[in-house]
Write a protein that binds this ligand. Structure first.
Ligand SMILES: NC(=O)c1ccc[n+]([C@@H]2O[C@H](COP(=O)([O-])OP(=O)(O)OC[C@H]3O[C@@H](n4cnc5c(N)ncnc54)[C@H](OP(=O)(O)O)[C@@H]3O)[C@@H](O)[C@H]2O)c1
Length: 248
């Protein structure tokens, strides 16, 4: 079992959903948690449910200053960084032919470039320590096209998974590991916050009863922090969906 006592953990997108459940789960397990996102009030509400020492940083991960703030405030407070969870992400629903260049670029800014650039900065700290863990929140959609009308999202999560694979190879022997977490449908604000939310709403309703809760996903991640494989399914549902669809 991974010992989280006193570990310093940054979680992006901690103001709701999986990130919020992870912040509370890490905190309950003894870690010192840095909660980062743009909505200050939501961050404070989540932080109030974190029993351990914690810090909230209002930051946009697509903004270089936001990424600097997250790392600087962490170092000022605790002087080290053990785990970075690149969880902040958005979806987009719509046929490829209706997806604009701006939508593609926005998805890749948040789902790929922000984690890549934050990881690059975090590694400067972790490599000096000779230890660390990078956790990227990918998706079942990072392994296959799991639905219609999500080409841009699926492309962004395949890219994040590809980055995770390449990074893990480059970090071999450094003491720093990489995990790529692949959840499936999870009941969070994700669907209402996604581009194309109105068109998506009836689809979401159909699958509501089948969805994992963010707490189940967070527990599944916390239970597998020691995993020696890169791809981690947080619950049985994405693992089964992958087994069924992987040859399609
Ligand atoms: N829900 C699912 O079915 C599902 C399935 C597979 C994978 N995932 C992945 O899991 C991760 C978490 O999603 P979720 O379901 O928990 O969604 P969520 O409830 O909508 O949470 C997304 C989080 O990302 C933050 N965020 C968005 N843009 C940001 C930015 N520019 N800067 C900083 N923070 C930003 C949001 O906070 P603010 O708005 O306060 O900034 C929020 O805390 C995402 O990467 C998503 O792709 C979700």
């Amino acid at each position: 079992m991974f010992d989280l006592e006193g570990k310093i953990v940054i979680i992006t997108g901690a103001s709701s959903g999986i990130g919020a459940a992870l912040a509370q789960g890490f905190s309950r397990a003894g870690a010192r948690v840095v909660l980062a996102a743009r909505r200050k009030q939501k961050l404070e509400m989540v932080a109030a449910e974190c029993p351990g020492d914690h810090l909230s940083v209002e930051a946009d991960v697509t903004d270089p200053q936001g990424r600097r703030d997250i790392l600087q405030k962490t170092l000022e407070r605790w002087g080290r960084l053990d785990i970075l969870v690149n969880n902040a992400g958005i979806g987009a629903y719509g046929h490829f032919l209706d997806t604009t260049e701006a939508e593609w670029r926005r998805l890749f800014e948040i789902n790929l470039f922000a984690p890549v650039l934050l990881t690059g900065e975090a590694l400067k700290i972790m490599l000096n320590q000779g230890a660390g863990l990078i956790i990227n929140l990918a998706s079942l959609g990072g392994l296959l096209a799991h639905a219609d009308k999500v080409a841009a999202y699926v492309a962004s999560k395949h890219a994040l998974l590809g980055f995770s694979r390449g990074l893990a190879r480059d970090l071999a022997g450094t003491g720093i590991r990489v995990l790529a977490v692949c959840p499936h449908l999870t009941a969070t604000e994700f669907f209402s916050a996604s581009g194309g939310a109105e068109e998506l709403a009836p689809e979401v309703k159909k699958y509501q009863g089948f969805m994992d809760s963010p707490e189940e996903v967070a527990r599944g991640i916390l239970d597998q922090l020691d995993a020696s494989r890169l791809v981690v399914f947080p619950t049985d549902k994405p693992a089964r969906a992958y087994a069924k669809q992987k040859d399609l």
